[in-house]
Design a protein around this ligand. Structure first.
Ligand SMILES: Cc1cc2nc3c(=O)[nH]c(=O)nc-3n(C[C@H](O)[C@H](O)[C@H](O)COP(=O)(O)OP(=O)(O)OC[C@H]3O[C@@H](n4cnc5c(N)ncnc54)[C@H](O)[C@@H]3O)c2cc1C
Length: 398
């Protein structure tokens, strides 16, 4: 299920194992990148990391970052190289157990199969807090699924909620468009774009941090909920942390905790939250330095970055009826959608119960979920190892 890079990689390995299969896709190949992303988005992973089995970026700018159009082309080419039997425009409406396999109802008919690989994505819907329904009607609300570019927003102030990759990128873009931007910051992951002369993701890759396996992680549930890093892919290789946003004039406030009588109430304690993110970043950079000492190589000297600046005074509330804020952008994360799955394998939080992609139902598998088998599981370059393991299991099971 799903013709994103995960489903297509599964298809490639199924073909290699001579297993008859079909890839069902409700839209087109790379549908999420075509329909659910904003216009200016580029990958935050450098081009040299765009690698899938038997297909990798081979253009003139390995250190650059693909635009959405380029990502779509890259994945489309992979579908061709992998000779994936994709049926586009075919929505899976239900999957239910039948005999020693599954009965799949699609918008184009019924299918019987022995196994199902769920590669329908981890980010099918934006997550928005329930209190959003009580936001005064005078304030427009949008999510990264609907947002395309700043010109489509009402003139005036914007409150961006969430300071992970999406939130910091949209806050920067909206601030550059001339709007006053307030950013509500919760737990976040700070990273510099470049470290010791290399892309910080080069260090993640080389040092093996991304290869850490699900069995080795102490608190897997928590690790699977880790927010995406504050990174942006730009030709300038710019760092986009909170200090960069403050320098642009973005106002930082705490986590949006509640909404009362039309007032957004923010948590205090920014200082602690910033120190925690600074500390975690420093620990990760220590890991990279240790790796560099052990392995040698030509690198710039170790660097440490200035602490995240705490604003002199932070607002703890904002009256949404005052007209100061015209739009709220919810950059509060994404979640999968399993409403079509008629198998009791989804927990109370809406997450699939699985161990390393082997779902708690015979012949049912998953790919592309956070830390499915490794820290790199949701990234394009992370799918190859996971898909090989999962399809091996599936083949043995059949
Ligand atoms: C904003 C954003 C930025 C990201 N940036 C990067 C990055 O820089 N680098 C990186 O490596 N990763 C990045 N990712 C993470 C990841 O690579 C993407 O989320 C990627 O799209 C996941 O691929 P996938 O194949 O698992 O899922 P998807 O690409 O979402 O593919 C799932 C497919 O399943 C289809 N589908 C869903 N439900 C049904 C159904 N019921 N019936 C039929 N078909 C269905 C969908 O239409 C879709 O085509 C980013 C993610 C987001 C959200």
């Amino acid at each position: 299920m799903g013709a994103g890079h995960a489903g297509l990689t599964a298809s490639r390995f199924l073909t290699e194992s001579s297993i008859d299969h079909v890839v069902l896709e409700r839209g087109e190949v790379a549908n999420s990148w075509r329909r659910e992303r904003w216009d200016s988005l580029r990958l935050l992973t450098p081009n040299w990391l765009s690698r899938l089995p038997g297909h990798r970026y081979d253009g003139p700018d390995p250190d650059g970052y693909l635009t959405m159009g380029e990502v779509v082309e890259f994945i489309e080419r992979f579908a061709t190289v992998a000779r994936a039997p994709v049926r586009t425009g075919t929505t899976v409406l239900s999957v239910r157990p039948a005999g020693d396999g599954y009965h799949v109802t699609t918008s184009r008919g019924e299918i019987r199969c022995r196994a199902v690989v769920i590669a329908s994505g981890a980010c099918n819907q934006p997550t928005v807090p329930p209190f959003s329904t009580a936001v005064p009607a005078s304030v427009e609300q949008t999510t990264p699924f609907d947002y395309r570019d700043p010109t489509r927003l009402a003139d005036g102030g914007v409150l961006v909620v969430g300071a992970s990759a999406t939130g910091v990128q949209l806050a920067a873009e909206l601030s550059r468009s001339g709007r006053p931007v307030t950013l509500s910051v919760g737990e976040h992951v700070r990273l510099p774009r470049l470290y010791r002369g290399r892309d910080v993701l080069w260090w993640m890759d080389a040092s093996g941090v991304w290869d850490e396996r699900h069995e080795e992680v102490d608190d897997l549930t928590r690790a699977r909920r880790l927010p995406s890093p504050q990174l942006v892919g730009t030709p300038e290789h710019a760092t986009l942390d909170l200090n960069a946003l403050t320098a642009m004039g973005v106002e930082l406030v705490g986590r949006w905790a509640a909404l009362r009588d039309g007032r957004a109430l923010f948590s205090g304690g920014l200082r602690n939250m910033f120190s925690l993110a600074d500390l975690k970043m420093a620990r990760l950079l220590d890991t990279f330095d240790e790796w560099a000492r052990a392995h040698g190589g030509e690198f710039d000297s170790p660097e440490r970055f200035p602490a995240t600046r705490v604003p002199e005074s932070t607002r703890l509330q904002l009256d949404l009826r005052s007209g100061e804020i015209r739009t709220i952008v919810w950059a509060t994360g994404f979640r999968p959608d399993y409403r079509w799955l008629d198998v009791p394998v989804v927990d109370a939080k809406g997450q699939l119960r699985h161990v390393g992609g082997v779902v708690d139902g015979p012949g049912l598998y998953a790919l592309g979920l956070p830390l499915l088998r490794r820290r790199k599981s949701t990234f394009i370059h992370g799918i190859e190892d996971d898909a090989r393991d999962v399809i091996d299991h599936l083949a043995r099971n059949l």
